[in-house]
Design a protein around this ligand. Structure first.
Ligand code: NOJ
Length: 590
């Protein structure tokens, strides 16, 4: 295998190759499985409900594992199922070492893990280190303790500004809207100090300069590693450290609330440290924390993985999160937010592979998750939908469901042909669209409440998924109850409506995953095929001898079938060698 890397970050190249690693050795030793893995995100609330209370649970997940085996994924990532008051759907953890009774018990978790492993699938859990729930014993102790106490030092308490301390310590705005600070009340009823919360008022930020906090999280890692998990997805991995002095900051309007989004794709490595960085994102001192965690993972046998949720741009800065002594993967949100445009995708693919290769890490690829508009809807919308905003009944930009799912299938067929690791979000294998018309009173995302309905938030991508047509809750659980209402007309998306049906989105995913494995795409490389003479709307490359052609434009293009050989996969039917708009094919010469 070639180890040549593209030195020009961001420049479209003839060939970009996967990081210079010895693939044979890795496969022979079964190590570093995550480099090429397809990882399936389970959002436990909405995956499968075993007891009919309307909320998914661990036993429900266990019961549906065979369907994931059949789909062909390598690993699953579970969004939080820990003890939590659920003000942010479990990303507000009150006990990192236990399962919330709504989701089951630790014994249910052990069963799920054992059965996952028995099927040859790995399992990673979500670690939420930036903040706890306000129900966490540490925060309760901090509120009960006096100003300046050890307990308060574990969080970000500050005095307010102004003569009576009535004003928050700075002007930062929470990711979910409203101020990033809330004021406490002292035991005698007088107003007290303020505490920082990047997210909801119920999610106080921890102080990651504090040694006690650091030690606690190493123990939490060990708690789950001892149980046998294969790694962690790390929530807000760019947020833990705040700039000294907590200076005022107003983000540019075009930046997403999680950061990123307003930075050019390419920044000269020498200039990386001069790009504007919000004082609560991407501070240098976070890296030391991950070096410590890397050491903890290395105490364990087998390859355990840390995957960063870090909305950091440009990609060559994000690469710092996956240096060889830090994390192993980082979600590629630059790819997720790229438009359905061959030129843009090519640039992002080149830039991603090259940026991560500089530190020997694989690129990851992702199109949907529990925080963004599902790609079967998003890809038919115009620009300007920022992360976390969602869409709803009053959004002017109405999606086109037919074009959306067609593009989603084509986009997935591009993503799954790329080298590196790919993430799939539950329900995308059914072509599930965003639920747009949720009634206001059903919405639960804190964003909706904190912005007084100005931003819809993320509920639309979190609706419980359909398994069986015609069944109560489309087979999500034994009863009709679902924590968010499911729309009418989801029978066609139900898994059993698609299973074994040629051309269904489910069968497309299964085929793509099987071919990805057979052709070893995860360890392959991208070689652009400019000499086929397609226009700028067509993405054409080979990976390990398979040619991938995607038409992102509005006019059909002719496929030179004789040259390209056998059709392995088509995201939608291909008639007489004509590749219609919004279609991707995989072909292999005889
Ligand atoms: C990122 C998670 O993906 C999101 O769902 C959550 O609301 C925030 N972090 C806060 O934990």
């Amino acid at each position: 295998m070639t180890t040549e890397l593209n030195p020009e970050i961001g420049e479209p190249s003839e060939t970009v190759t996967f990081a210079g690693i010895d693939r044979e050795t890795l496969v022979a030793t079964g190590s570093e499985w995550w480099r090429s893995a397809v990882i399936y995100q389970i959002y436990p609330r909405s995956f499968a409900d075993s007891d009919g209370d309307g909320l998914g649970d661990l036993a429900g997940i266990t019961s549906r594992l065979p369907s994931l085996k059949e789909l062909g994924v390598d690993a699953i990532w579970l969004s939080p199922f820990f003890t939590s008051p659920q003000h942010d759907a479990g990303y507000d953890v009150a006990d990192y070492r236990d399962v919330d009774p709504r989701f089951g018990t630790l014994a249910d978790f052990d069963t799920l893990l054992a059965e996952t492993h028995a099927l040859g699938i790995r399992l990673i859990v979500d670690l939420v280190p930036n903040h706890t729930s306000w129900d966490h014993a540490w925060f309760k102790a901090a509120l009960a303790a006096p100003e300046g106490s050890e307990e308060r030092e574990r969080y970000m308490f500050r005095d307010g500004l102004g003569p009576n301390g009535d004003l928050p310590p700075n002007n930062w705005e929470s990711v979910f809207g409203g101020p990033m600070w809330s004021r406490t009340t002292n035991a005698d009823g007088t107003p007290g100090q303020w505490y920082l919360h990047i997210f909801d008022i119920s999610q106080p930020d921890l102080n990651w300069e504090n040694e006690w906090v650091k030690a606690q999280f190493k123990d939490i890692l060990r708690f789950w590693l001892d149980r046998g998990v294969d790694g962690f997805r790390v929530d807000v991995a760019h947020g833990l450290i705040k700039e000294d002095g907590l200076p005022d900051y107003t983000p540019p309007a075009e930046a997403g609330s999680m950061g990123g989004g307003a930075i050019p794709l390419e920044v000269d490595p020498d200039d990386l440290d001069s790009i504007p960085t919000p004082p609560y994102w991407a501070q240098d001192a976070v890296h030391e924390i991950y070096r410590g965690w890397n050491e903890v993972l290395n105490e364990y046998e087998g390859d355990r993985v840390l995957c960063a949720e870090a909305w950091v741009e440009p990609l060559n800065k994000l690469a710092r999160w996956v240096r060889s002594d830090e994390m192993h993967q980082a979600f590629n949100f630059t790819y997720l937010t790229a438009n359905w445009s061959a030129e843009e995708l090519r640039l992002v693919i080149d830039t991603s592979i090259a940026a991560f290769a500089t530190v020997g890490a694989p690129s990851t690829w992702v199109l949907s998750n529990h925080d963004v508009i599902r790609h079967a809807t998003r890809l038919s919308l115009g620009p300007g939908h920022l992360q976390g905003d969602g869409i709803g009944p009053r959004t002017d930009d109405r999606p086109d469901p037919v074009a959306g799912v067609r593009r989603a299938r084509a986009a997935t067929a591009v993503m799954l042909a790329l080298p590196g690791s790919a993430y799939i979000y539950q329900g995308e294998e059914f072509g599930l669209p965003e639920s747009i018309d949720l009634p206001d009173e059903a919405r639960q995302d804190p964003t909706w409440f904190r912005t007084h309905g100005e931003r819809y938030g993320r509920d639309g991508c979190r609706v419980p998924i359909p398994w069986e047509a015609g069944a109560p809750s489309y087979g999500f659980g034994p009863a009709d109850a679902t924590w968010l209402p499911q729309p009418e007309g989801w029978d066609e998306y139900a898994r059993d409506s698609q299973s074994g049906v040629p051309g269904s989105t489910l069968e497309l995913y299964k085929l793509a995953l099987a071919l990805r494995g057979e052709n070893d795409f995860g360890f392959g490389s991208v070689e652009w095929l400019d000499d086929l003479g397609f226009g700028t709307d067509v993405l054409a490359f080979t990976n390990n001898g398979v040619t991938v052609i995607a038409n992102t434009g509005t006019t059909p293009v002719e496929l030179p079938l004789e040259e390209l050989g056998e059709l392995l996969l088509a995201s939608d039917p291909v008639d007489e060698a004509v590749l219609a708009p919004d279609t991707t094919v995989w072909m292999r010469s005889a």
